[in-house]
Design a protein around this ligand. Structure first.
Ligand code: G3P
Ligand code: MG
Length: 309
């Protein structure tokens, strides 16, 4: 993976057998020395560095229970109808998936393609927003949802902020557009959540998407999503200055939870639908103290009431 631009960029070392040259004045280009490299790096990332200093941090602390794709499977996923239904079941935080239209509009959709959750076919990211905005994203689940639209990120942001809800926004780039999507989503969120008091946590399985988001909006917290604990995951999370790791629930145990907390990382799990899995996660510790920090679920009609009983 590429490291973020404001960290880890190697300073040029002298070639083996050649002493480092001390220059009396700055030199640029192929013969640049270490000081030049640092200066060039700082200049190249001036906007980011400046933004990092002045950008207000947006709260990222979500409640324990997070409704997956709005309301799991009870309403068309990633639509405003789903968010409303999740809220009607008492959820105060939501997970959803965001990607870009061909003309750069961030909107909600899980898959690369449209066929599973709409009346259209093909790669969604190949279409302009003017076309995507007319897609029926509800009928696939049943006639009661006919005419439900793909929401823009802006529409969802307005809704969660107006209602005081938290959002775990998963950056789900069209394949090949990882960094570009992270940059665009970061930029959009910085604008949409400016001055908002409601929590926002960006997450992604794609380190390049998180790196893009960090570059565009360093004040918005990030979480690394993991479907397995592959090589280097911990260093990747730390290298991206993440505040949290979101794992498939099968990987979460007391040792992993303790390791994350010891490193100052929050521990969230997806997608936790079965009561036995919920009980196991809750038994790892006391929520808010040493326990699990977030449970993302489809079962919005089952939790949190039953889990808390
Ligand atoms: O963000 C948690 C979860 O949504 C990740 O998996 O495939 O449901 O987006 P997926
Ligand atoms: Mg998701």
């Amino acid at each position: 993976m590429r490291l973020p631009p404001d960290r880890g960029r190697p300073v040029q070392a002298p070639a083996p057998g050649r002493a480092a040259r001390v220059d009396s004045k700055p030199r640029m280009g192929a013969e640049s020395g270490p000081i030049d490299a640092i200066a060039a790096d700082f200049a190249a990332n001036l906007a980011t560095n400046f933004a990092a200093v002045i950008a207000p941090m947006i709260d990222s602390t979500l409640p324990l229970w997070i409704a997956h794709r709005g309301a799991g499977r009870l309403a068309p996923e990633n639509t405003l109808a789903a968010f409303r239904l999740g809220a009607a079941h008492g959820f105060r935080a939501f997970e959803c998936d965001v990607k870009l239209s061909a003309d750069g509009v961030p909107f909600l959709l899980h898959d690369d393609t449209l066929e599973r959750t709409s009346d259209r076919r093909g790669i969604a990211g190949d279409l302009p927003w003017s076309t995507l905005s007319r897609v029926d994203a509800g009928s696939w689940l049943g006639p009661a949802w006919a005419g439900e639209t793909l929401p823009t990120l802006a529409a969802i942001a307005r809704w969660v902020i107006a209602n005081g809800h938290g959002l775990n926004l998963e950056i789900k780039p069209t394949t090949g557009l990882e960094r570009e999507t992270g940059l665009a989503v970061g930029r959009a969120c910085a604008e949409l959540w400016r001055g908002a008091a409601t929590p926002l946590l960006l997450s992604s399985f794609q380190p390049d998407a998180l790196e893009g988001a960090r570059t565009a909006a360093p004040g918005i917290a990030r979480a690394l999503l993991l479907d397995r604990l592959g090589p280097g995951w911990f260093d990747i999370a730390q290298g991206l200055a993440c505040v949290a790791v979101v794992t498939h629930h099968r990987w979460m145990d007391a040792a992993l939870l303790a390791r994350l907390h010891a490193a100052g990382l929050r521990a969230l799990c997806y997608t936790v639908n079965e009561p036995a899995d919920v009980r196991r996660l809750l038994a790892l510790g006391k929520a808010g103290i040493d326990g699990i920090d977030g449970i993302i679920t489809d079962a919005v009609d089952r939790y949190p009431a039953a889990a808390l009983a």
